[in-house]
Design a protein around this ligand. Structure first.
Ligand code: ZN
Length: 133
């Protein structure tokens, strides 16, 4: 398992991490199996989505903010970041990508994103490579 440290730059931020994950695959000499990408945080997550048009990331952030506003009269969590916890659960804490020939088999338009919901912070991303046919 490899641990990456990713610095986020705003409260809500989607940071592309495909190249860092591909580097872990390459440096391990890993040929075929699964790359499991996991975020050990309760106010951040990880997802796959479009890597070509940055407006997609913008629109996803806007919609997540609309779906889960930062302030709600009924929030009880004293830390004040309930929205970040909710968004982390909505996007999930891991993705698994098949690896073939030493390459992540992402679709043409897919990229891996660390999803920050209570930043900016330094976040950890754990990449586990699981060999298989
Ligand atoms: Zn909290």
């Amino acid at each position: 398992m490899e641990a990456l440290t990713i610095q986020t730059s705003s409260r809500t931020d989607l940071v592309p991490i495909t190249q860092q994950v591909q580097r872990v695959v390459a440096q391990a000499g890993f040929d075929q199996g699964l790359a499991h990408v996991y975020v050990p945080h309760t106010t951040a997550g990880v997802t796959l989505n479009e890597n070509a048009d940055p407006d997609v990331v913008h629109d996803m952030i806007e919609d997540l903010e609309r779906l889960v506003p930062w302030q709600q009269a009924y929030y009880r969590h004293r830390e004040g970041n309930s929205a970040a916890h909710v968004k982390a659960t909505l996007v999930g804490s891991s993705v698994t990508v098949p690896v073939l020939g030493g390459r992540l088999t992402l679709g043409t338009w897919q990229g891996i994103y660390l999803c920050e919901f209570d930043g900016p912070r330094a976040r950890r991303v754990l990449v586990t490579l699981i060999a298989g046919a």
